[in-house]
Design a protein around this ligand. Sequence first.
Ligand SMILES: NC(=O)c1ccc[n+]([C@@H]2O[C@H](COP(=O)([O-])OP(=O)(O)OC[C@H]3O[C@@H](n4cnc5c(N)ncnc54)[C@H](O)[C@@H]3O)[C@@H](O)[C@H]2O)c1
Ligand SMILES: O=C(O)CC[C@@H](O)C(=O)O
Length: 394
Amino acid sequence: MHQIKTFNAIAPEGMERLEKEKYAINESDQPEGIILRSKKLQETDLPDSVLGIARAGTGVNNIPVDACTEKGIVVFNTPGANANAVKELVLTSLLMSVRPVVQGINWAQELTGPDISEQAEAHKKQFAGRELEGKKLGVIGLGSIGAMVANDAYRLGMEVMGYDPYVSVDTAWSISRRVQRAQDISEIFTTCDFITVHVPLQEKTFHLIGQKEIAMMKNSAHLLNFSRSEIVDNHAVVEAINNNELAGFTTDFADEQLLHHDHITVLPHLGASTEEAETNSAKMAVRTLKRFIETGVIKRSVNFPAVDMTFYSPYRITIINRNVPNMLGQISAVIADSGINIDNMINRGRDDYAYTLVDIDESDENKISEVADKLRETKDIIRVRVIKKEEVPY
Ligand SMILES: NC(=O)c1ccc[n+]([C@@H]2O[C@H](COP(=O)([O-])OP(=O)(O)OC[C@H]3O[C@@H](n4cnc5c(N)ncnc54)[C@H](O)[C@@H]3O)[C@@H](O)[C@H]2O)c1
Ligand SMILES: O=C(O)CC[C@@H](O)C(=O)O
């Protein structure tokens, strides 16, 4: 029985893919797999039993990824699974930043008397807004979300400029050629009417938008943050808005200093909170973790290379090791010295670590267990796992 621990509510459409005969959910403190959303995982949540962690979502800043890598724990995410949900909320927020719709709705609810319709017509002027068409949107980070926002904002009639020095080839192909590319991030700050940020939280993106960047923006600009709170310096935003140096701010991340301010809209991390996004993310997270547990195949990991090989042999050995010379030679030698024949083998490195799958033509479990122990004793090998091929291939 494979033990899985979940943190946060994971959509049932995903969890039900873990067959009851094979998977026990939240029944052990020694799980092989963890599935979570925004729970901030501590190193103490990671007993030695944990092989893989699947984040049903994109950002992995709530997971101690470096510590996981050191321990040989593979961390997965679900790129793109919730991108459409975030895009729709960003577009909603853009529209709400120019049209005081919520204020109008709330005002209308308070109307009383026999002439409600006349009162509405007489006072609606106070809720007049502006249009997005023809205004310029800057999109920082052209990944799954940023690319969709850029394309759809262009379709709404906006002029769009994007900035992403690391844009992937796949995403670059999906972006309309009408989206202008900024060579320098300052082009976005100095020329755009609306600026939306869609980058991961990392050391180098902490306060990517701070006092200096806000000072470059038009006084009439509106800033949106649906990435992570720490990417924008909220204190600098409040100061700028109070000094009429920035017109407005919409954020998906609650922070006390942002509350009760006429020009600041705070949402309670709703970007990915649609039925569709939660289902897509849960299904993708479960599929990825299940495949890894049952076959050792790695897809969509943020800390280990993608490694795939069809599982034909009776047993598979998976090895996580430091990416140093002659590891493959040592692994092959340990297996050959035990008199085990290798059917198939694949190895991929990523930065300081590498991952190897070795399919063996052997069914003697004692012999396999001995060779796995010898591999574990080998310098620079971090983790060794033996997987028996299931009757029905994955
Ligand atoms: N509000 C929510 O509910 C919600 C939901 C999903 C994702 N997110 C956040 O949004 C982020 C982006 O999500 P995504 O699915 O588009 O991820 P993604 O990985 O597809 O795209 C991120 C993009 O940012 C770019 N990038 C990285 N550093 C950059 C920098 N310094 N300047 C410009 N571009 C940079 C990368 O090249 C990549 O193209 C996530 O990391 C997560 O933190 C929030
Ligand atoms: O699980 C959520 O609701 C948010 C997920 C989102 O922040 C992400 O990074 O994908």
